[in-house]
Ligand binder design. Structure first.
Ligand code: URA
Length: 204
């Protein structure tokens, strides 16, 4: 530490992610994309993996899907710097292919650490890959727009914003699901906690 500046746990973690050699995506990436947002934040969004734009800039959701995510956030009165945004996999899979199981497994420790540090109240999964982690065995067509409480956080599933860019019919669905989030945040204190299996919340 110099000049009186403290290095936060998140800064330390980001440094590790930026030089991570733990899967072969480290050989094809331009810049790893740890994620960004304040350390003290209630809402935590998890996408799939960086795309071309993200790989160039080292920032999550800065391409077309990111622009739509920003519009969705604006629809509930939020800006991107008021939430935390990250991905299941921190490095771009070549050609934007789906992340492989080994890549997801190698990267999951970083998401664990981010969740440990930030302790968000609401975790929003964007797309199948992050949904699987919090809603195992479920399908996104069934589970989107619903919430479960797990280990003290509410997990809320949404389609990936890129899906709406490719499939116009999903656009309304994603917009409607996003508009459920303020009610979730408002009801946080009224939701009973459980350390057992995730439970379906009856609010939606
Ligand atoms: N899609 C994702 O899942 N994550 C990004 O960061 C960008 C696009």
């Amino acid at each position: 530490m110099t000049g009186g500046q403290t290095v936060s746990a998140l800064d330390e973690l980001n440094k590790r992610i930026l030089v991570c050699p733990d899967c072969h995506l480290s050989q094809s990436r331009t810049i790893a994309v740890p994620g960004e947002g304040p350390e003290k934040v209630s809402l935590f969004f998890i996408g799939e993996a960086p795309g071309w734009h993200e790989d160039q800039q080292g920032r999550p959701f800065v391409g077309p899907a990111g622009q739509f995510l920003e519009q969705l956030l604006a629809s509930i009165g939020l800006r991107r710097n008021e939430v935390f945004i990250t991905n299941v996999v921190k490095c771009r899979p070549p050609g934007n292919r789906d992340p492989l199981p080994g890549e997801i497994a190698a990267c999951s420790k970083y998401l664990d650490c981010q969740l440990d540090i930030i302790k968000p109240k609401v975790i929003v999964t964007l797309g199948r890959y992050s949904m699987t982690r919090f809603f195992p065995g479920e399908t996104i067509s069934k589970v989107h727009g619903t919430a479960r409480k797990k280990d003290g956080a509410i997990c809320f599933a949404m389609y990936h914003p890129a899906a709406a860019l490719h499939q116009q019919s999903l656009r309304r669905t994603i917009e409607e699901d996003m508009r459920k989030i303020p009610a979730l945040l408002a009801k946080l204190d009224k939701v009973p906690d459980t350390k057992e299996e995730p439970q379906q919340l009856s609010m939606f």
